[in-house]
Design a protein around this ligand. Structure first.
Ligand SMILES: Cc1cc2nc3c(=O)[nH]c(=O)nc-3n(C[C@H](O)[C@H](O)[C@H](O)COP(=O)(O)O)c2cc1C
Length: 184
């Protein structure tokens, strides 16, 4: 199989990371891959924020734990009470992708995230696409944290990609339904 296809077929969400930081070269390759994604009308309606400040990630994690707790959904409340709870699975690097409210910005941001997870896979790093932290940034405990992103006017954090060295065994690939129709 072509190596690009091998990377595509090998990507999976990793939720257990070593605390060791990724290299600057790996980070630059992953960010470049994100910025190489397709965007509607070439608008690049995204803004990337690389966070390696563990204290900042902890603050977002605590706000997310509060949001999960306040959801009153028992399974989410149980997650929020886990020791060392982190919506980023304690990855050493988290790349946040912020969107605008333009029509295709969500798609642009999603494409950047997917490219970054594929780049991480190609570099033998683990990665996980993350959406749950947004609840934390909307929670009263997290609202002020958005300012720390220093985003340009009109952008809000939408997705993130957690990245690091895989701790332990790679999780198995999840199977897919062949949800495909052929009209020939
Ligand atoms: C938009 C989006 C948001 C996601 N948010 C989370 C999340 O908050 N936490 C998490 O652990 N995984 C999250 N995931 C990862 C999915 O759970 C994962 O891709 C799915 O279960 C399929 O598993 P795989 O990636 O290993 O193939 C998200 C994926 C997408 C596309």
């Amino acid at each position: 199989m072509d190596s690009a296809l091998q990377v595509l077929m090998n990507r999976r969400s990793v939720r257990s990371f070593e605390s060791k930081q990724i290299s600057e070269e790996e980070l630059n390759q992953i960010v470049s891959a994100g910025l190489q994604a397709a965007t509607a009308l070439g608008s690049q309606s995204w803004y990337l924020t690389v966070v390696q400040d563990q204290q900042f990630l902890k603050e977002i994690s605590e706000a997310t734990a509060s949001a999960l707790y306040d959801s009153e959904v028992p399974s989410l409340q149980e997650r929020s009470r886990q020791a060392n709870f982190s919506p980023f699975h304690n990855a050493p690097t988290v790349i946040f992708v912020s969107s605008t409210d333009s029509l295709y910005s969500i798609a642009d941001c999603a494409n950047a995230c997917q490219n970054m997870t594929l780049a991480a896979t190609a570099l033998n790093l683990g990665s996980c696409y993350i959406g749950s932290f947004v609840q934390g940034l909307k929670h009263p405990k997290g609202r002020d944290l958005v300012k720390k992103f220093e985003l340009p006017e009109g952008y809000s954090p939408l997705f993130a990609v957690a990245i690091g060295t895989v701790k332990g065994e790679l999780p198995p690939l999840k199977s897919r339904e062949w949800k495909v129709n052929y009209i020939r």
